[in-house]
Ligand binder design. Structure first.
Ligand SMILES: Nc1ncnc2c1ncn2[C@@H]1O[C@H](COP(=O)(O)OP(=O)(O)O)[C@@H](O)[C@H]1O
Ligand SMILES: [Mg+2]
Length: 245
């Protein structure tokens, strides 16, 4: 099972959005995916997946052993390959041992991917989550402050022993890139010091879908949905050329 921590330095870069669309893109490929909302107290992955009214138990309940994973994980109404474990309303006191037990339970239930939607900021719960992840994807925009925080987060994760770290650059505005007014992707990679896994364009349908309880990948094929499918293919070892506009 692949355990992937979706992280960033600054908040609002698109971690939850990426967690949702990537989880659905992997499920579309037939993989069993457990998406976990790791943003305790500020959960929003349920909204990004269009599943807000269906959740009772959180990942903390499963980690603490109060409820089984099969009872707490809620299947997505449009794709049963994808299940969601939501975040608790408060910040729980958890040990690495308990999160490892959760990961083992997911592996025992034949999940192929554990996609862990992380919180913003350092170190917080990130140190706990990084202890169970096999790799991390750091999400940044092309804003300098955001790239700098991505670089710091990557260094932090590497010091914590997580070396398989890639970058996704989100909210790219094609018109600005064409006219040389937005940061060049190569420069973003250089500044963050990380290899690129993918880029996601600015896509207003993300907000429309989230506000209306819809899954983006069931709604459209191009834009951020295509970007997510490309990232899923690369994660699975396919060589997919960068998006063009
Ligand atoms: N590519 C994008 N295009 C348009 N809006 C986006 C995009 N990515 C994220 N957003 C919006 O930006 C806001 C923050 O995204 P979110 O995924 O919640 O960030 P984070 O989880 O890192 O805090 C949300 O309102 C989301 O809908
Ligand atoms: Mg989030």
């Amino acid at each position: 099972m692949n355990t992937i921590l979706i992280a960033s330095g600054k908040g609002g870069t698109g971690k939850t959005t990426l967690s949702a669309v990537l989880s659905m893109a992997l499920a579309e490929r037939g993989r069993r995916v457990l998406a976990v909302d790791g943003d305790c107290g500020l959960r929003s992955l349920d909204l990004a997946l269009g599943m807000s009214d269906r959740l009772v138990f959180s990942f903390a309940d499963v980690a603490a052993g109060t409820v089984s994973l099969s009872r707490a994980a809620v299947p997505h109404p449009l794709n049963e390959k994808l299940s969601l474990l939501t975040a608790p309303a408060d910040i729980p006191f958890l040990r690495v041992k308990q999160l490892r037990a959760l990961r083992e339970a997911a592996a025992a239930e034949s999940y192929d991917y554990l996609i862990w939607d992380g919180p913003a900021g350092l170190p917080g719960e990130l140190s706990l989550y990084s202890a169970i992840a096999g790799r991390s994807i750091i999400v940044t925009t092309t804003e300098t402050a955001c790239i700098r925080s991505a670089e710091r987060t990557a260094r932090y994760l590497e010091e914590a022993g997580l070396h398989n770290v890639h970058l996704v650059v989100n909210r790219i505005r094609p018109a600005l890139v064409r006219h040389g007014l937005a940061g060049n992707i190569d420069d973003v990679m250089d500044q963050a010091g990380l290899p690129l896994l993918g880029i996601i364009p600015e896509d207003e349908d993300i907000i429309a879908c989230s506000n209306n309880g819809k899954s983006l990948l069931h709604f459209k094929k191009d834009g951020a949905a295509l970007a997510a499918r490309n990232i899923a293919r690369r994660l699975e070892g396919e060589s997919v050329p960068a998006m063009r506009w």
